[in-house]
Design a protein around this ligand. Structure first.
Ligand SMILES: Cc1cc2nc3c(=O)[nH]c(=O)nc-3n(C[C@H](O)[C@H](O)[C@H](O)COP(=O)(O)OP(=O)(O)OC[C@H]3O[C@@H](n4cnc5c(N)ncnc54)[C@H](O)[C@@H]3O)c2cc1C
Length: 455
C-alpha cells in the first residue's frame, strides 16, 4: 500500500506484513514438510492412512514453527509485528493441542472398526511398546502443558514462572516428538534426508529459545535506559518516563510497544510489554501509561529516578506506516490510551490537517488521563473528543456505557469513513467488542488496526 503525497501524511516507511499475509506464509511453511514427503517415492495408501500422515506431519511442523513465531527474530517478527506473530502462536497453538492429543486415537481408530474385540488390547500394546515410548512421553507432557496454557490464569503461577515452564516443557516435547517421528514416523520407512530435516528443524527451534534467553539480552545490555520519573497519572494508572542512558541509536514509530525489565540482571527474563505513550519527538525520553493490575504493575511507585531499566524493542505494527487514510478514528479503552496518545501526539507534532476523532472509554472519570492535553491538541488538530464512561458522575456530558455503535456513529463522517483508518487499543475484551461494532457499521477490516493489551 502506498501513501499519498500529501505532506500531512506520515512519511512512508516499509509497509508491515499484514496479518493475512502472515497467515498465508505460516500455512505455506507448516505444509511444506508434508509436500516434501511426497518426494520420498513411498506408495500412496488409502485416504485414511494418508490423512493420518498429513495430520501427523503438519502437527510436528506446527510444533516446531511455534518457536519461530515466539522468537522476536527481526526477519519475521520485525516484518509482521510481534503482536501478530504472537496472535498466530496463540491461535494455532490451540489447534496444535487438539491435533496432537488426537494423534494416537486416529492411529488406533481403524482397529476398533476392523476387530473391535481385540482393539483395546491392541491399543494398550501400542501405548506400552518401547518403540512408541518417546511419542507417549511427548503426548502426555503435551496434554499437561496444553492444559497449563488454557488455564494459565487459574494455575496460580506467576506469569514469569508460567513462561519458563512453557518454554522448558515445549523444548522437552519437541525433542521427544522429533525422536518419535524419525524412529517410527510412517513405520520408519522415510528416507534419511526427511529425518535429517526434522532433526535440523528441532535444533533450530531449541536454538531460538537459547537466543531469546541468552543472546538477545546481550544486545539489550548495550542499550541501557534509566528511570526519569514515575507518578500516578490517574486513579489506577502510572505515568512512567525513562530515558536513554548512553549514546546509542534508538528510534520507534508512534503506536509501538516495548518489553520493560527493571531486574538488576539483563538475563532475568521478568519483562513486561508496555506501549509507548510519548511521541518519537520526545526522545531520548520515552513515556508509558501503565495500569495497576497485578504484582508488577502495582509496585511501579517504588521505582527510583536513575534506576536501571532494560528495554527490548520497539515492536509491533500498530502504527501509521504506509497508510493512506483521509481521516483517523482513535478508540482507546483504559490503558489503551498509551499508544493512542503516542499517535495523537505525533499527529500534533506535525499539525496534521486530517480529521481526527478520539473516542476514549473508562469505567470512572478518575481514570481519565490527558484531558488538558486534549484541549491543547484541539488548537493544532481537527480533533473531536468523545468521552465514554461506564459509571459517569452526575454532570458528565459524554456518553454513558461502552464504546458502542451509537458513539462511533456520532464521531465519524459516514460519507467518508471508507477512507478513514480506525485504531483500537485496550484490553482484549474491549478490542473484540469494538471491532464487532465497527464491522456492524460496515467498516472494512483493512481499515481496522488494533493492539490488545494482552497476548
Ligand atoms: C503488546 C502489549 C502492549 C501492552 N501495553 C500496555 C500498556 O501500554 N499499558 C498497560 O497498562 N498494560 C499494557 N499491556 C498489558 C501489561 O503487559 C500487563 O498488564 C502487565 O504485564 C501485567 O503485569 P502484572 O504482573 O502487574 O499483572 P498480572 O496480574 O501478573 O497479570 C495481568 C495480566 O497481564 C498478563 N501478563 C502478566 N505479566 C506479563 C508479561 N510479563 N508479559 C505479558 N503478559 C503478562 C497476564 O497474562 C495477565 O493476563 C500490554 C500488553 C501487551 C501484550
Amino acid at each position: 500500500m502506498t501513501a499519498s503525497s500529501d505532506s500531512a501524511l506520515p512519511a512512508v516507511k516499509r509497509s508491515p506484513m499484514s496479518y493475512q499475509t502472515l497467515l498465508v506464509l505460516y500455512l505455506a511453511v507448516v505444509l511444506l514438510p508434508w509436500v516434501l514427503s511426497y518426494f520420498e517415492g513411498l506408495a500412496i495408501r488409502g485416504w485414511y492412512e494418508e490423512l493420518v500422515s498429513f495430520l501427523s506431519i503438519i502437527g510436528l511442523s506446527m510444533m516446531l514453527f511455534q518457536f519461530a513465531l515466539n522468537a522476536r527474530v527481526d526477519a519475521l517478527a520485525g516484518r509482521a509485528g510481534v503482536d501478530n506473530t504472537m496472535r498466530v502462536h496463540t491461535k494455532f497453538g490451540e489447534y496444535l493441542g487438539y491435533l496432537i492429543l488426537l494423534h494416537p486415537f486416529l492411529i488406533v481408530l481403524p482397529r476398533f472398526i476392523v476387530a473391535p474385540s481385540f482393539a483395546l488390547d491392541d491399543v494398550w500394546d501400542l501405548f506400552i511398546q518401547p518403540e512408541t515410548s518417546t511419542g507417549m512421553y511427548a503426548w502426555s507432557l503435551m496434554l499437561v502443558w496444553v492444559l497449563m496454557s488454557v488455564f494459565k490464569e487459574k494455575t496460580g503461577l506467576s506469569y514469569e514462572a508460567w513462561r519458563y515452564a512453557h518454554s522448558a516443557g515445549f523444548i522437552a516435547i519437541i525433542i521427544l516428538a522429533t525422536h518419535h517421528a524419525v524412529t517410527i514416523g510412517r513405520h520408519g520407512r522415510y528416507n534419511a534426508w526427511f529425518d535429517v530435516m526434522w532433526v535440523l528443524l528441532c535444533i533450530i527451534a531449541v536454538a531460538l529459545v537459547l537466543y531469546i534467553y541468552f543472546i538477545r539480552p546481550l544486545a539489550i545490555a548495550k542499550k541501557p535506559f534509566k528511570v526519569v520519573d514515575c507518578h500516578k497519572g490517574s486513579a489506577n494508572d502510572w505515568y512512567l518516563t525513562i530515558a536513554k542512558d548512553g549514546d546509542f541509536p534508538f528510534d520507534f514509530d508512534a503506536g509501538q510497544f516495548t518489553w520493560l525489565s527493571t531486574s538488576k540482571s539483563v538475563f532475568a527474563r521478568s519483562e513486561h510489554p508496555f506501549s509507548i505513550a510519548s511521541s518519537p519527538s520526545a526522545l531520548p525520553q520515552i513515556s508509558y501509561v501503565i495500569r495497576e493490575l497485578g504484582d508488577y504493575t502495582s509496585q511501579l511507585g517504588k521505582l527510583k529516578p536513575g534506576q536501571r531499566i532494560w528495554l527490548d524493542g520497539p515492536h509491533g505494527v500498530f502504527t501509521q506506516n504506509a497508510r493512506n487514510a483521509k481521516g483517523i478514528v482513535l478508540l482507546a479503552g483504559g490503558a489503551g490510551i498509551g499508544p493512542i496518545m503516542s499517535i495523537l501526539r505525533e499527529l500534533g507534532d506535525r499539525c496534521d490537517s486530517r480529521p481526527v476523532r478520539l473516542i476514549y472509554g473508562n469505567r470512572m472519570i478518575e481514570q481519565m488521563m490527558f484531558l488538558e492535553e486534549f484541549d491543547a491538541l484541539q488548537s493544532k488538530l481537527d480533533l473531536q473528543l468523545h468521552l465514554v464512561l461506564e459509571q459517569p458522575p452526575k454532570n458528565f456530558e459524554g456518553h454513558k456505557g461502552f464504546i458502542d455503535t451509537q458513539v462511533i456513529s456520532q464521531a465519524i463522517d459516514h460519507s467518508e469513513h471508507g477512507c478513514w483508518d480506525f485504531y483500537i487499543c485496550g484490553p482484549p475484551i474491549m478490542v473484540k467488542a469494538v471491532v464487532k461494532n465497527l464491522q456492524k457499521l460496515s467498516i472494512s477490516n483493512d481499515r481496522i488496526l488494533y493492539e490488545q493489551l494482552g497476548f
